[in-house]
Design a binder for this molecule. Structure first.
Ligand SMILES: CC(C)(COP(=O)(O)OP(=O)(O)OC[C@H]1O[C@@H](n2cnc3c(N)ncnc32)[C@H](O)[C@@H]1OP(=O)(O)O)[C@@H](O)C(=O)NCCC(=O)NCCS
Length: 303
């Protein structure tokens, strides 16, 4: 077996490997690029492929995140060709990555749940070999989470009436404009700093995939989509300042995003929005009839 760095020219082969060996997912080339090369902290030296008998047999993408209190190394994507499993390819790929993390003094590794840019927020337990594999590598399951899905074909998301009521209370809802960028990003970095990167990305899209609520003229809540896994109907993040919670702005913001996803997805036949890595299931169930679509087990290893 030979382990090499993943070069862009191998993208198509890696895409085939993923799509043929991850039975519960499908990736497009642009999605694979978004996950790997377009990660804001992409590092070539954390992305590997394995060759066996001259063929592409495995792929591992790693990335790191740093906060004030913690530096975490991630496995963001991983797959080994079915034909070459249980031969130590996964182990070799993972140990190569962990070796680099150790040299860098990283103290924690986590699987898939990479803030800002992730494919899935943990391991779908139907990938049972992956559970067995990571447990063997010393990982511990510490939490779980879910992706919800909202059926767009059976719902209308007209918010006019609610918006009129909100306006009477001094709350105005609108799509964000380029001119709002500075104010919105200040609001996000003061209140939801973990989402700054994703929200900033919405200003590069047309239309801007962000709706905001202003209370007495000041931005106090937001909801976004297409910040991750672009084109798949991916909702979020959303947040409301504690002062404005419980007044109905959040549900309107959510529905506005659902309506956009529905409209924009029509041509492609997109029927569902994904509400990932949730959170307050009741809220989404109540307002847009979202249901749990997939669960994810979250694993970590302390180095
Ligand atoms: C998870 C995956 C990457 C493992 O790759 P692999 O090359 O088969 O793993 P290795 O051969 O290095 O396995 C190392 C050890 O992990 C454990 N392990 C791996 N697969 C296992 C399985 N199906 N059942 C039980 N233990 C398993 C074993 O202890 C194994 O050592 P052993 O074979 O000497 O007993 C592979 O199964 C895969 O690509 N799955 C589909 C995609 C996927 O789930 N990706 C990760 C999602 S988070």
């Amino acid at each position: 077996m030979e382990i090499q760095l993943f070069n862009e020219e191998d993208t198509e082969k890696v895409l085939d490997l993923c799509n043929n060996n991850m039975e519960f997912d499908s990736l497009s080339e642009s999605l694979l690029r978004e996950k790997v090369f377009d990660d804001p902290y992409y590092e070539k030296e954390l992305n590997f492929i394995a060759r066996e008998e001259g063929r592409l047999a495995g792929f591992l993408s790693g990335v790191t995140r740093e906060t004030e209190s913690e530096r975490t190394g991630y496995v963001k994507l991983m797959a080994v060709h079915r034909q070459f499993r249980r031969r130590g390819i996964g182990k070799n790929l993972y140990e190569k990555l962990e070796g680099i993390y150790r040299v860098r003094g990283i103290k924690r590794v986590s699987i898939y749940d990479v803030p800002y840019n992730y494919f899935m927020p943990g391991i779908d337990p139907r990938y049972t070999p992956a559970l067995a594999f990571f447990e063997t590598m010393g990982f511990r399951r510490f939490s779980d989470t879910a992706n919800l899905t909202a059926d767009l074909t059976v719902q209308e998301f007209n918010t006019e009436a609610e918006e009129t009521i909100l306006a009477g209370k001094g709350i105005d809802i609108e799509r964000a404009h380029s001119a709002d960028r500075g104010e919105v990003l200040n609001f996000i970095s003061a209140n939801f700093p973990e989402w700054s990167y994703e929200v900033e990305k919405t200003f590069n899209l047309s239309p801007i995939s962000l709706h905001i609520a202003r209370y007495r003229g000041r931005v106090q809540a937001f909801s976004a989509y297409n910040c991750n896994n672009i084109g798949t109907g991916w909702f979020g993040p959303m947040g409301t300042h504690p002062n404005l919670r419980g007044k109905g702005a959040g549900s309107v913001l959510l529905k506005r995003c659902m309506q956009d996803i529905k409209e924009q997805g029509k041509e492609k036949g997109l029927e569902r929005a994904v509400i990932p890595w949730v959170g307050p299931i009741r809220f989404y169930s109540y307002y847009v009839n979202a249901v749990v679509e997939r669960v994810f087990w979250r694993y970590e290893k302390l180095l």
